[in-house]
Write a protein that binds this ligand. Sequence first.
Ligand SMILES: [Zn+2]
Length: 148
Amino acid sequence: MNLQNFEQFVEPKIVERGLDYYENEDVRKVEKVSENEFSAVVFGSEIYTVYVKLNGNEIVEYECDCPYDWGDTCKHAVAVFYKLRAKDFTDSAAKFENVLASVNDFALRAFVRKLLKTDRKFRNEFFRTFDEDFAEDEFEDEFDEHYY
Ligand SMILES: [Zn+2]
């Protein structure tokens, strides 16, 4: 699936909803965060963050933090694909690297510690990545048909 043909691989209803989001300019802050990775914010019933990794035009990986997580592509990701197809994004890759390089270990740990206490999404992602014994919190993954 790539930026030119993703419509063929996604349920028509979802493509249509994603196109609506794109046309209504609900996709904001589309940033290139590395040579082939992108981050965007989509205004839906809530504000969602979408991550996309490309290889040229090929969509290698994508992720949205909405609860529509049944292995299929959500409308928010589709909306971001349209934005990337239009090459409508800001290049923030250099800024990311510069700021990260300027932060020392101690400050970074203090920052992570604060987020672990205050941001449940971050906490889940942190433990999912670093804790071998991590068990998913099923409560937070409850599916709601509203998110179609
Ligand atoms: Zn989504």
